[in-house]
Design a binder for this molecule. Sequence first.
Ligand code: API
Length: 290
Amino acid sequence: MAFYEFTKMHGAGNDFIVLDGVRQQISLSPAQLRALADRRFGIGADQILLVEPAQHGEADFRYRIFNADGSEVEHCGNGARCFVRFVHEQGLSDRNPLHAEIATGTLTLTEQADGEVTVDMGICRFEPATLPFDPDGLTTRTTGEATQWALPLEGETEPVWIVPVSISNPHAVQVVTDVDTAPVARTGPLIESHPRFARRVNAGFMQILGRHDIRLRVYERGAGETLACGTGACAAAVAGIRLGLLDSPVRVQTRGGDLTIRWDGTRLAMTGPATTVFTGRFDTDTLVGD
Ligand SMILES: N[C@H](CCC[C@H](N)C(=O)O)C(=O)O
């Protein structure tokens, strides 16, 4: 038997199992991660966040992210806000701002007096190769500073016009007239696993409300539609600014709550909530593997 303590948290309804890999040695297989994230046979979560000692000097801790399908990924914006709340609540550190090491660099995380958390989200890139995305032979159009590609989908009569954005993790953002009627359930999976995206992709559906306001739904890579996606909110805001439709700051209304994104063309920052729901412990022997 191996018992592990966990904390259940969410950032605007995007929910997480958070594990302390500093005071307990944790090693979980993809099958065990899938079992933990299962909403019937396990605890249930969109992602699992693992806090570990930093591997490089300048960060305070290492921050690892696993999707509900067990895949390890590069970044999670809502999770970063919960990560810093977890570190402070667990007494792992009282530093504020805190520096978190992710696969592609170091994030600066600041808990604010009002309880919200601001995350320096790192860099965003637009070159298809950074996702990676293979645009070869696809029709393109340029709007403002942004290039959109017409992505054909299996069984769909019309292609979807996507803006590829890397927030260390890959996003394909499209503009829709109404997020409530957008075919997220039907086309989200087709985009997520589209063969043009070698490491799959998060599919964003953005409705423009005004120069500083959008509504957003995201069909996440490795998790399906979530109530909010932090990196997805960043990708949508940046895509909208480059399309000439938005100006920073952008309020992103998601089904789980609101996020604020600031982008000056280089520095990308996100502010939003982080909530602790409950704590517990699980025994890996009781996890029903697939
Ligand atoms: N599904 C994402 C990781 C989680 C991102 C999301 N939950 C966020 O808040 O940024 C991916 O595979 O890249």
